[in-house]
Design a protein around this ligand. Structure first.
Ligand SMILES: [Zn+2]
Ligand SMILES: [Zn+2]
Length: 311
């Protein structure tokens, strides 16, 4: 392996610092921040340690298809090899086993199946990139693995490479217009909505590749509902720059940040973890997350705060 770039270490440290700020502001979430710190930091190292020439060739973009909602990169576009994934699992799995002791044995079984070839990595990765969780669950079942944890581990192993691919596509040509709520690069749903700048431009952040893209200010990203009557948001009085946007039509939600007056350092890839109290609020009211995130997919495997963290 090439010697570690200082910038990779710095990027990992930024993740740790951001989690430190969340812990300070919301002590009830400290346990959750602790559980994810090593995993998020190691994943950042994996992404930033990739050599500068590890790149993704820009696929040809058909502007008409793009306008109609066809994402740029299909599952075949990502140059992720079995070796990459195996290497990532080797580094991330021990951290996951340590961080999520309740499911340690099931995670160890997934790791073993990846390393000894019982789980066909190439096929599993393609299914994950295509968002075909049902077929992936069948594969995991056949290998006698916990399907949720298998897709969690593989997703974590893939993410650094996918994020790096998405970054190498930037900036997208100005002339391209994207009107959908899912990601223009990989087609995944957003895990964060945020408002930026004077005019309050709304942007969404992809839950998988991390790409940030513009979207209509008042519309549900998941069903494109624009009826104001059925779109609502909730927030806590003392943290009114944080909210959860819910749609009564599709019953989905996305957590959101108002960054218009924020001058402090907000690390968007970590920020949704600090909004888990809003996930809990929306889920109590019967809404479900529009995108899977590490902390809403692990469910009982992680210790969630038992009380409302902002009280
Ligand atoms: Zn994406
Ligand atoms: Zn909706």
């Amino acid at each position: 392996m090439a010697e570690m770039e200082p910038s990779a270490k710095e990027a990992a440290q930024r993740v740790r610092d951001a989690l430190g700020r969340i812990r300070e502001e919301l002590p009830a979430i400290a346990g959750l921040a602790d559980a994810f710190e090593d995993l998020l930091s190691e994943r950042t190292l994996l992404r930033e340690e990739l050599p500068a020439d590890w790149d993704f060739t820009m696929p040809d973009i058909d502007p008409d298809q793009f306008r109609q909602g066809v994402p740029i990169a299909g599952p075949e576009s990502f140059p992720v090899s079995t070796e990459h994934l195996r290497g990532a699992v080797e580094r991330l799995a021990p951290i996951m086993e340590r961080s999520f002791p309740k499911v340690k044995d099931s995670l160890a079984a997934v790791k073993a199946a990846v390393l000894d070839g019982a789980l066909e990595l190439d096929k599993a990765a393609k299914l994950l990139l295509a968002g075909d969780f049902d077929k992936l669950a069948v594969m995991a079942d056949e290998a006698k693995l916990d399907a949720g944890l298998a897709s969690f581990m593989l997703g974590q192993a893939l993410k650094p490479y996918v994020e790096r691919c998405a970054r190498s596509l930037m900036p997208l040509p100005e002339s391209l217009q994207w009107l959908k709520g899912y990601c223009p690069i990989c087609g995944s749903w957003p895990s964060l909505s945020f408002l930026l700048g004077q005019g309050g431009q709304r942007r969404l952040k992809c839950s998988f590749c991390g790409h940030e893209y513009r979207f209509m200010r008042t519309a549900c990203p998941f069903c494109e509902n624009v009826d104001h009557e059925s779109l609502e948001y909730f927030y806590s009085e003392d943290r009114n720059h944080e909210r959860v946007e819910v749609c009564h039509k599709c019953k989905k939600y996305v957590v959101a940040l108002d960054l218009r007056d924020r001058s402090d350092d907000v690390l968007l890839e970590v920020a949704p973890l600090g909004l888990i109290y809003l996930d809990m609020l929306a889920q109590e009211k019967g809404f479900s997350p529009g995108a899977l995130t590490e902390w809403n997919v692990l469910g009982e495997a992680i210790s969630r705060p038992s009380e409302d963290p902002v009280q």
